[in-house]
Structures are given as structure tokens and as C-alpha cells.
Design a protein. Structure first.
Ligand code: NAP
Length: 252
């Protein structure tokens, strides 16, 4: 028997999971994206792109496609789709959520619950800020126009009104530590701002700030979306195999 899986993706971990499942006869996988990124990384499984139309739409999709298990492997800051997944998935939901980064002794981190609080915590004096919060999260920083921002995004953003003093870097990680250090030196960065997204793909900038002794302002991920989550692709694979075995036993 085959378990039908719907993976809500948009992260490196989601792609890794789908790659692990591809070709496994125990599972039939569909990979879902919101459609925010122009050229997203896609795993070698069937893909669908675009919102479902809220909880009702997601529930209807799962019914129509006879989805057995919904896997929320979205970004820790993608709160709406995770809330929809909790409501639509109920007992058939598996959450894959990497753990947030933890500071080492040398780190100069301050963490805030919101982007607005992080923007308020920027230094009082004009500074050169490496802003890596994503193109949909720039607005709160336009309220602090005294700084020079080096904004790095995957796709070109809509620059919010009021943000005038910036350089734009368009590029997709993972980035190498040596390159991150060189980039921060080149732009004479004085402070890094990031979501505490966890995972390896975006970690080099955090290590670079550590190596250069720079302060880091982080936004804490929302708690609700990580409740009962598995933190690694391996753990989700084990859970999926376990669920497949118990279903196979029941159907004998
Ligand atoms: P969000 O605010 O939680 O979701 C907004 C709406 O987008 C959802 O209500 C849903 O529309 C649709 N959606 C989101 N993820 C989807 C998916 N995987 N498949 C189908 N529809 C999806 O999400 P977001 O913060 O805009 O993030 C969008 C995507 O980018 C996510 O897949 C996430 O993993 C990825 N991402 C987000 C961030 C971040 O910082 N937020 C960073 C990197 C990657 P309907 O209600 O119509 O179904």
C-alpha cells in the first residue's frame, strides 16, 4: 500500500525530505509551494504551486487528492500556512521544523519577538546594517532611515517608502563563511539583522558576524508553529516509515 503525502515546502529541509522520499514505492509525494520565489528549488516529485484558499481550500485539496499525511515543512516564520496546516491536518499532520540557532559564548546577540522591536533596537547612531530578513519583512526598517542598509534577498523586493539609503544584493544561499566575512568587510558592516530561522543553509552569516565580533539582532521564531515538531529530515523519515508499517499491518 502507498501513503499519499502532501509536503508544504519552501525550505531547504522540505526539498531534502522530498528528495529522500522520491522513488520510494511506500509513498506518493506532492510538493507544494506558495509561489513567492521566481525560480524555486524543486525536488524530483510532482509539484503544485499557489495558495489553497485558506483552511477550507487546504482541507478540500486533501480530501480531493486523498492525502493521508500532511507534512508542514515550511519556514519557521510562515505562520499563516502553518496555522492552516494545524487546522486542516489535525491527526494527519507531521511538522518538520529546524531548531533556532543558539548563541555561542562569543556571540553578541539580542533577540526580539517582532521585526518592529528588532528595528527599534538598531543603534541610535547611523550605522551600516546587513539586513537579511527577507524581502517581505523590510517595512519596519524603513521607519529607521538614518542607517545605511545592505539588503540581501533571493528575488528583488519592493523597496518600502522611506528606505532610501541602501545597497541591494540579490542572491540565494547557501553562502560560504569566507565569502560572508569578505562581504561584511567589503560593506563595512557594523550590525547584522536576521530572523532566527535555524538550519545550516543561512548559518554562515551568523558565523561571520561571530568571527568579526559584530552585534547581531535576531527575531525569534513564533512558538506555535513548532509545537510537537520533528527537527530533522531523518526523524520525519522514521515517523513516516513507522506510520506506513502500522497502516500496512492494519490492512492485512
Ligand atoms: P504565510 O504568510 O504563512 O502564508 C501566506 C499564504 O501563502 C498561506 O495562507 C497560503 O495561502 C500560501 N502558502 C504559504 N506557503 C505555502 C505552501 N508551501 N504551499 C501552498 N501555499 C502556501 O507564508 P510566507 O511567510 O509568505 O511564506 C511563503 C512560503 O515561503 C512558505 O512556503 C515558506 O516556507 C517560504 N519561506 C518563507 C520565509 C519567511 O521568512 N516567511 C522564508 C523563506 C521561505 P492559502 O491560505 O491561500 O492556502
Amino acid at each position: 500500500m502507498t501513503l499519499k503525502l502532501l509536503i508544504l515546502g519552501g525550505t531547504a529541509q522540505a526539498v531534502q525530505l522530498a528528495e529522500r522520499l522520491a522513488g520510494d514505492p511506500r509513498f506518493a509525494v506532492t510538493y507544494s509551494l506558495a509561489g513567492r520565489t521566481e525560480a524555486p528549488r524543486l525536488p524530483p516529485v510532482p509539484t503544485r504551486i499557489g495558495g489553497f484558499g485558506g483552511v477550507g481550500g487546504l482541507s478540500a485539496y486533501m480530501r480531493e487528492h486523498a492525502v493521508d499525511l500532511l507534512i508542514d515543512a515550511t519556514h519557521p516564520f510562515a505562520e499563516r500556512i502553518s496555522a492552516n496546516a494545524r487546522a486542516a491536518g489535525e491527526n494527519s499532520l507531521i511538522v518538520l521544523r529546524r531548531e533556532p540557532w543558539k548563541p555561542a559564548r562569543a556571540d553578541r546577540w539580542t533577540e526580539f519577538a517582532t521585526l518592529e522591536a528588532a528595528a527599534s533596537a538598531l543603534p541610535a547612531e547611523p550605522s551600516r546594517i546587513f539586513l537579511t530578513v527577507g524581502r517581505q519583512s523590510l517595512v519596519p526598517f524603513a521607519a529607521r532611515p538614518g542607517h545605511h542598509y545592505v539588503i540581501r534577498v533571493i528575488d528583488p523586493p519592493v523597496i518600502p517608502p522611506g528606505m532610501t539609503n541602501f545597497d541591494l544584493l540579490v542572491g540565494r544561499g547557501p553562502f560560504l563563511l569566507a565569502d560572508e566575512i569578505a562581504l561584511m568587510r567589503q560593506h563595512r558592516i557594523e550590525c547584522l539583522v536576521s530572523k532566527n530561522s535555524g538550519g545550516e543553509a543561512a548559518f554562515a552569516k551568523i558565523e561571520a558576524a561571530r568571527a568579526l565580533g559584530l552585534p547581531v539582532i535576531l527575531v525569534t521564531p513564533p512558538q506555535a508553529s513548532s509545537a510537537g515538531a520533528f527537527i530533522s529530515v531523518e526523524d520525519v523519515m522514521s515517523e513516516l516509515v513507522r506510520r506506513h508499517e502500522s497502516l500496512a499491518k492494519r490492512s492485512v
